[in-house]
Write a protein that binds this ligand. Sequence first.
Ligand code: NAP
Length: 304
Amino acid sequence: MTPLYQRVAFIGLGLIAGSMALAMRRGGLVAEIVGTARSAETRAIAAEIGLVDRVTDTAAQAVEDADLVVLCVPVGAMSAVAQEIAPYLAQGATVTDVGSVKQAVIDAVGPHMPRHVHFIPGHPLAGTEHSGPRAGFAELFDNRWTILTPLEGADAAATDRLTRLWQGMGAQVDVMDPPHHDLVLAVTSHTPHLIAYTMVGVADDLRRVTDSEVIKYSAAGFRDFTRIAASDPTMWRDVFLTNKDATLEILGRFTEELFALQRAIRRGDGDHLHAYFSRTRAIRRGIIDAGQDTDAPDFGRSKR
Ligand code: NAP
């Protein structure tokens, strides 16, 4: 198959960039993969394990002659990276990103993009709580969704090529407008992470009272919270700083529901609790039916 891109440049070499590089190789989707990261340590590891074909010292060197540039750094670092690479971007190159919040990335990166490149923001809805250059694996995007949020007037051919790349990496692709993406993700990912962080924090306080019982009996539901709450602190700090309005909106609704359930418990309103839990159980069934998780006790994460 003819490669979709001749040279891909990754800025940032963590979980997402690493998984993309491995998935691109698996599919024979690109001719050459170049990458760089902020620290010499990450660059050395990436070179040692052959994560990319060539590691460069700077972002400016990485993007030279690249027809696809993928920004794989935390959302809060996107603006500085965009500014740094802008003068070195090749004519007609596509610049995309994988940031978990879209409007903030567009505001941060868009103003730095020269007119001769196609900026097409994106977000793969796939991840783990692991980070760094050793965390990536080729199957991460298989049967997961990637959302592209092309700007008004975006080049259709460039968007189509990027879509085919994601499909080649195993993903299904949807297009959304950026504010809608940020609201959907506030419901499906951002607020659940905050709740997990809170629950683990509460249990940690409790641990001082109950000693090791919280760890010992964690299989009873708490363990999945701890997995989510082990996610990268920098990435998640940036998500809440940049998707403030949508997460506050969803948190407000969450708090109202929580109070309603609290009242039902206080009043012994079993009907309310049963009806509520029946509704949520149906949602879980729907996710499994849509192929986005399995019924297995490890929730399909055994491949990791
Ligand atoms: P990661 O494994 O922690 O890797 C982040 C990379 O960015 C590292 O190479 C790091 O370099 C570099 N970096 C960090 N801060 C930087 C800065 N201030 N300036 C320049 N480079 C910097 O992160 P990841 O999980 O791949 O996440 C990358 C992006 O993907 C984020 O925008 C995140 O929102 C998005 N995303 C993550 C997930 C997920 O579940 N993890 C899912 C979908 C999308 P060093 O190693 O040298 O520090």
